[in-house]
Each structure stands twice: as C-alpha cells, then as structure tokens.
Design a protein. Structure first.
Length: 243
C-alpha cells in the first residue's frame, strides 16, 4: 500500500525517509506550497510539545523518592517485536500531528500548571483539597492564592484513607483524605518544590526522616501506578464527594 501524503510527511519529520524516498518527498515539498505549510505547522507543534515536556524529562529524580515508589531496582524491560500492521482502532501515524494545533497548546498548559477554579457543585470545598483531588502525580496545581502544589505519589493508609505525598514551595508533606473529601496534612518537612518553577525537588534537602516516619505511622500500602491513580481520580476517590 502506498503511504499517504500525511504519512510520508510524518516519516520525513521523524527522520525516517532515506534514499530515493527522501529525495522524492523533498522535491514534492519544494513544489507544493500547501504541503510546505503543513510541514511548517506540524514541525512547530513538535517543537511546542518537546519544549513543554523537556523540563519534566530532564529533571533529576531523588533516590529516596524512587525508594518510596518501589523503583529502586527496576526490572529489565521486555522488548517486543513491532506489530505487522496497525490495529483496527489505532490512529494512523500522522494523526498525532493532525490534531496537534489544539493538543500542543493543551499539553504545554498542563505542564506549566493546573489552575484550579471552581467547577460548580460545592463552592465551599477548599482549594487545597480540590487540588489534591484533581491533580495527577508530578503535575502542578496553582491555588487561587498563588500557592503551587505538586503531588508525588498516592497510597492507601491502613485505616482506609487515601493519602498523597506532595511538595509545596519549600516543604514536602503527606496529607490524607477523609470521607467528606477534606485533605488533612499528617506530616511535613523541608524540601518540596522550587518557589520559582514549581518543579518537584525532593532531592534538594527534603526531610526524608519525617516522611518515612509518616509512611510507617500511617502504614501506607505501595503507591498506585499512573493508570490506577488516574482511575481513582476519575472515580472521585471511590465515590466520596470530590466537588
């Protein structure tokens, strides 16, 4: 099957065209203003996505944090052969760029911060609890008063409450959620997030002894992985009020 124009453009942007295919596509690009405009648009969105996620990808990870996450000794990854063809419900390779004019801007905004405004339903909910209810780990949420918090992990305490470790300014803390959706800080120590960037920085002097003591006292289970945490947030923390 002959690749579509969009598929060849995606391959060109990814550096996958070689030889005669590369020469033919670049000749077509030079003679087709519409194709050139599309290439410029997709290339700009690639740069937007890369720039938005670069600070997260390049940030150092504290060994103590990896230990609490149970990632101190990662198991080898199994390398699977690529599928012979796209699954029936998979998008074509060029689709991610076709939808990027909106998606790129959204991704960049999410990396910068999740700004918490009231969504209706319970205007009396405190912004701190809303932030811990709605913000995935390693994303940041900006509160109405200008504070910025960055959740780092989610785990269940022995008493059944959900708890989250998070950074805020110059401190790092553990908070747990009651059945009314109110998050209460159980312990906090030095470290946390940069006051300038909001990036999680447990490695920069976090009080690991305080956090470890809180983990032991609460008898926290293993932290949830990203998929389980996302499902928990979507399910409003097991059906308890979260708005």
């Amino acid at each position: 099957m002959t690749p579509s124009r969009e598929e060849r453009l995606a391959a060109w942007l990814d550096g996958e065209l070689t030889g005669a295919d590369l020469d033919a596509f670049e000749a077509e690009l030079a003679s087709d203003p519409e194709l050139k405009a599309l290439a410029d648009e997709w290339g700009a969105n690639d740069a937007l996505i890369a720039g938005a996620f670069a600070p997260v990808a390049e940030a150092p990870i504290d060994p103590a944090m990896l230990e609490r996450l149970g990632l101190g000794e990662p198991a080898p990854l199994a390398v699977l052969p690529p599928p012979s063809s796209l699954a029936a419900n998979d998008n074509p390779l060029w689709w991610r760029r076709h939808a990027l004019p909106m998606g790129g801007a959204i991704a960049a905004s999410l990396v910068a911060a999740l700004v918490l405004a009231p969504r209706g339903g319970s205007p009396d909910r405190d912004p701190f609890s809303l932030a811990l209810d709605r913000t995935p780990s390693l994303a940041s949420a900006e509160l109405p008063d200008g504070r910025r918090i960055t959740p780092a992990l989610t785990a269940r305490a022995a008493d059944g409450r959900w708890c989250r470790e998070f950074g805020e300014g110059g401190k790092v803390a553990v908070a747990c959620r009651d059945t009314k959706g109110v998050w209460t800080i159980e312990a906090q120590g030095a470290g946390g997030t940069s006051s300038n960037t909001g990036d999680y920085a447990v490695a920069a002097g976090a009080d690991d002894a305080v956090l470890d003591a809180a983990h032991r006292r609460l008898k926290l289970a293993d932290p949830l992985d990203a998929a389980a945490e996302q499902a928990l947030i979507a399910n409003e923390w097991g059906g308890h009020p979260s708005r």
